[in-house]
Design a protein around this ligand. Structure first.
Ligand code: AMP
Ligand code: MG
Length: 350
């Protein structure tokens, strides 16, 4: 299959391109599109056969559900089993934006979308291209991130194209994703709301609005094996570059010292080592391929840079990557979570 690549004006997407892309989706094809978090791979959410193609193109395990992307609240009322007062408050405050809400499902949506779960996740993306596309399709677009399963999520159309060319009908290029990490997935089907995946809307922001919000144990204990995950995606390793990542967490001085020590050890073995470090620390690791993950004073810069940095290592021939851990507060929780999920090994320095 030939994959079409269309460049759009982010702020006023060309209607003829949006029409052509919407037609592909309505006819059962797949289109990758930009959102403010990462690029998504979209299909008509009402077409189970089209949705199945997403899993095939990505190599995604069939038990990992997709998010329904909507362009207005009416779509949520039409396709969710129930919309609670709390859900409405959250939608009004954070939509369009990086928050996916897990609500009771309904039989109007084919089971492929929810991977057989009785719930459905909804989100309204904050991107003019995504919103125009969903509006033109007229029903929710089911979409996960537009990368090959297991790889870092795509934050540019180029990442998506290199992963999925030949496997999907089209890629819409609306520029780099500003946020850079995926949405927060918040489960509202339990008594107390639970974050299943930390993301662009922080735990602190959610608590300020609705009171008690818990973190799923997979976030607080990343190494814990999950028997029956609420969000099946949580059990798979994700976001990984080709070389194994060793994540070192703890106070900055200890982390720096440990990375230097490891660099010496690997140096003796003649290994090519990559280091993912905070802005300003590049000079501390001579002899390594050092890539900056942004300023650790400003986690939004790290979120925006992270996946591109992880993908860059694949171009360098490094055999192992040592990563400086990020403090898991605010948006740092989402970044720390992605690094932990990308890591083969995590070293905690007390
Ligand atoms: P992605 O953004 O590529 O990671 O894919 C969508 C994410 O949403 C995955 O982490 C899913 O596990 C999560 N998700 C989608 N639907 C549900 C649902 N009904 N319940 C729990 N998590 C969900
Ligand atoms: Mg994904």
């Amino acid at each position: 299959m030939q994959t079409l690549f269309w460049l759009l004006d982010k702020d006023s997407p060309e209607p003829d391109i949006i029409n052509a892309a919407a037609k592909i989706i309505i006819n059962g094809g797949l289109v990758a599109f930009p959102t403010e978090t990462v690029y998504g791979l979209g299909a008509n959410a009402l077409d189970g056969r089209a949705v199945k193609k997403i899993f095939a193109a990505k190599g995604r395990p069939g038990d990992n559900p997709l998010i329904l992307h909507v362009s207005d609240l009416d779509m949520v009322y039409r396709f969710a089993g129930e919309v609670s007062d709390k859900a409405l408050i959250l939608m009004k405050k954070f939509w369009p934006g990086p928050l996916a809400l897990v609500l009771p499902g309904s039989s109007k949506i084919p089971k492929e979308v929810s991977a057989g779960l009785s719930t459905l996740a909804f989100r309204m993306p904050d991107h003019p291209v995504a919103l125009a596309l969903i509006r033109q399709v007229g029903v929710p677009i089911a979409a996960p991130s537009a990368n090959l399963s297991g790889k870092p999520s795509p934050t540019t159309a180029g990442h998506t194209y290199s992963d999925l060319k030949g496997k999907i009908e089209a890629v819409l290029d609306g520029g780099p994703s500003g946020m850079g990490v995926e949405s927060t997935v918040l489960d509202l089907t339990r008594e107390i709301p639970v974050i299943l995946r930390p993301g662009g809307v922080t735990l602190e922001q959610l608590r300020a609005l609705v009171g008690r919000v818990d973190l799923d144990s997979s976030i607080t204990n990343p190494e814990e094996a999950i028997e029956q995950p609420r969000s099946p995606g949580m059990k798979y390793r994700h976001y990984a570059p080709e070389a194994p990542v060793i994540l070192i967490e703890g106070a900055e001085e200890k982390v720096t010292a440990e990375i230097k020590r490891l660099l010496e050890d690997y140096g003796k073995e003649g290994k090519i080592v990559g280091v993912l470090c905070r802005e300003g620390n590049q000079d501390k690791y001579p002899g390594s391929v050092c890539i900056s993950a942004g300023s650790y004073q400003d986690f939004s810069s790290v979120a925006a840079a992270l996946y591109n940095a992880l993908r860059q290592f694949d171009q360098t021939g490094v055999e192992v990557i040592l990563a400086e851990g990020v403090e898991p507060t605010g948006l740092g929780l989402a970044v720390a979570n992605r690094l932990r999920r990308a890591a083969k090994k995590i070293v905690y320095l007390a």
